[in-house]
Design a protein around this ligand. Structure first.
Ligand SMILES: [Zn+2]
Length: 630
């Protein structure tokens, strides 16, 4: 939080232990990386370890210490080193001596992957050997941080084969002691709590060892509530369902910095296309947009390659190199940034890929509307942060009622009834083909003056209340001669607006976010546009004529304000191309500023002040611009 981070992760293979330490560190320095995440131990140790069963890479040259020599050379050049451990698996000798330490499948067999045995988070490899290994490592090396890969029990192996849940004696015994029953066949709520708590206990034990041995070293890559840095990845996968998520880095870093504002966010650009093809790179403009989105949301610039910097495809590194150089030359801007957004979007902690279309639809809409917003996974901000509006797309926590009563506003687009009294639910309509909402009250929706109906699909909760949108149930949609001739308007509300104390709740009892994610209906975007303006009586924090595909963030750094613009107009279908330059981007930011400087293009911008806003124009936006306001 006090020094800017330009992070390089090299996932070394065990044969890379033969790397020339000086040359390797020279390459990281030439790349302008100032933090190196490097293999240390666990599956293969990159230093001579004397802990029994801790396998040492046979590729370390005789009388050498790959990790120790890199650490020394890196520190001499001011590069921080984060050691990487993977305790998820180890070698057969440990299994043969202590089978009780390891994951046991339902059929009683161990989980073996490429000759390595999966450990159980409740077993002795994690609970006894990992602390012993860490104590040795931390006593020997003055590391700046430790990172843990694949922490806890996985649900599938690297090839995606499901492993089920662990049936080892420790898991059986501990689960029975807590829940008084046998392990379930598939993970249920009890089992998820069981595994979550085991992971947290283990993370805390590791944290304690680190803080005892090296108090200044950071813990990275366990549960975000315990780690010192919140770690995530922007990645692709060949078999993942489409569409691509062009906001991957903004999403991860925004969420980390707004949920854990006092922790640094490391969101790594995974440069390869998938785990099975780690030497083939994603398109260069995709790598660039991820890095700009990382820093535009107040995170570190972070990139990952597999192996040393000598890559079979140099695209990723050669693409990131000039960005790292520029970030170094302007590093005073990329440290100590805090989000200024006064609108929050509830994330709910649901990070499953493709599992959260309603959230992503709303995220995209807010970004396209250029509303500065923060993603939060909890409600800890209540009472500590000035928030004008909260947007929810799933279930709504009860404690938000208190926030609303004290003058906050809440916009809910969800077919899960909120816990506040918004009216009695009469019926749930499921996937009604041909259903619509009629826009009854145009005074609330000025953007929809030419639109009388908006389509609706998915779940709709019919509530005993009145509202400015009303439901038109399914009717005939074929043959053309019959289309909707039997339309029957109802007064069932598609939007309920209610005052609670000094605040307002507006509830769309259907999945508008999900519909927008898949179909991008302009009518749905207009509904949100007008509702947000209604719920922000003091006006938006930022107004602009920017193209919807310019992702704008508003950050505070000391007493300056930073407006970041990431141009993602180059994203199309499954491709990322160079963005189309955007001209004359007018921006109005609430507040009285005297100076605006476009840092990337090196131009001073004229500032005009009126009606509580300071206005300036970015004459030409390439891929990225940073405007400093004073
Ligand atoms: Zn187990």
């Amino acid at each position: 939080m006090r020094q800017p981070i330009r992070w390089v992760q090299t996932n070394l293979r065990e044969n890379d232990a033969a790397v020339d330490p000086k040359r390797f560190v020279d390459e990281i320095a030439a790349f302008d990386g100032n933090a190196l995440l490097m293999a240390m131990g666990g599956i293969s140790s990159f230093y001579p370890s004397s802990v029994r069963y801790h396998y040492v890479s046979p590729y370390i040259p005789k009388d050498h210490d790959a990790f120790g020599e890199v650490l020394k050379a890196a520190h001499a050049r001011g590069i921080r080193i984060v050691g990487r451990f993977d305790f998820s698996k180890t070698h057969k000798d440990a299994y043969d001596a202590h089978p009780e330490w390891f994951f046991k499948k339902a059929d009683g067999q161990p989980a073996i992957y490429n000759g390595l045995y999966q450990a159980c988070v409740n077993g002795g490899w994690y609970r006894e050997k990992a602390p012993e290994i860490l104590r040795e490592a931390l006593e020997k090396y003055d590391v700046d941080g430790l990172f843990f890969n694949m922490f806890s029990n996985p649900t599938a192996d690297y090839s995606g084969h499901p492993l089920g849940i662990c049936h080892c004696d420790n898991c059986k015994r501990l689960f029975r002691a807590r829940f008084h029953r046998d392990l379930p066949e598939k993970p249920d709520a009890d089992y998820r709590a069981f595994l979550h708590d085991a992971t947290v206990t283990m993370s805390e034990a590791i944290r304690q060892i680190i803080k005892e041995k090296r108090p200044n070293a950071a813990l990275v890559g366990t549960s975000p509530e315990i780690a010192d840095m919140v770690f995530s990845e922007s990645n692709t996968a060949v078999k993942r369902p489409l569409p691509l998520w062009p906001y991957a880095s903004s999403d991860n870093v925004n969420r980390a910095r707004n949920t854990y504002p006092q922790k640094m966010a490391i969101n790594q650009c995974m440069s390869f296309v998938d785990y099975a093809w780690r030497f083939a790179m994603v398109p260069a403009p995709e790598i660039r947009t991820r890095l700009w989105q990382d820093v535009a949301n107040g995170g570190a610039a972070a990139i990952n390659v597999h192996g040393t910097l000598e890559q079979a495809d140099r695209t990723a590194l050669e693409t990131a190199r000039p960005i790292f150089r520029w970030l170094k030359e302007h590093e005073q801007y990329y440290v100590g940034q805090y989000p200024e957004a006064r609108v929050l979007l509830l994330g709910g902690g649901n990070r499953g890929f493709g599992a959260e279309p309603a959230y992503r639809g709303m995220f995209r809409m807010l970004s396209q509307e250029h509303i500065p917003f923060g993603v939060v996974d909890d409600t800890k901000w209540i009472g500590t942060r000035d928030v004008d509006l909260v947007v929810a797309t799933g279930s709504v926590p009860q404690e938000l009622e208190q926030y609303v009563r004290q003058g906050g506003h809440l916009l809910i687009a969800s077919s899960i009834a909120p816990p506040m009294d918004m009216g009695r639910v009469v019926k749930r309509w499921q996937d009604p083909d041909g259903a619509y909402f009629r826009i009854r009250d145009k005074s609330i929706f000025p953007s929809l003056k030419n639109t009388d109906v908006a389509f609706m699909y998915g779940d709709y909760l019919q509530v005993d209340a009145k509202g400015p949108l009303t439901f038109i149930p399914p009717s005939m949609y074929g043959p053309p001669e019959f289309v909707h001739v039997d339309w029957k308007d109802t007064d069932f509300p598609g939007l309920i607006i209610k005052q609670f104390g000094k605040g307002t709740i507006a509830w769309l009892p259907w999945n508008l976010g999900m519909l927008y994610y898949y179909h991008s209906s302009e009518a749905h975007a207009a509904l949100i546009h007008d509702l947000i303006d209604r719920l922000l009586p003091g006006g938006r924090q930022l107004k602009t004529n920017a193209h919807p595909m310019v992702n704008i963030t508003l950050m505070k750094q000391g007493d300056h304000h930073l407006v970041h613009l990431v141009n993602i107009t180059g994203h199309s279908e499954t491709a990322y191309f160079n963005p189309v330059p955007v001209s004359n981007v007018q921006i109005h930011v609430k507040g009285a500023f005297r100076e605006a400087k476009a840092v990337r293009s090196g131009k001073e911008l004229a500032v005009a002040r009126a009606n509580g806003y300071s206005s300036f124009t970015v004459p030409e936006l390439g891929e990225y611009e940073l405007v400093e306001l004073r």
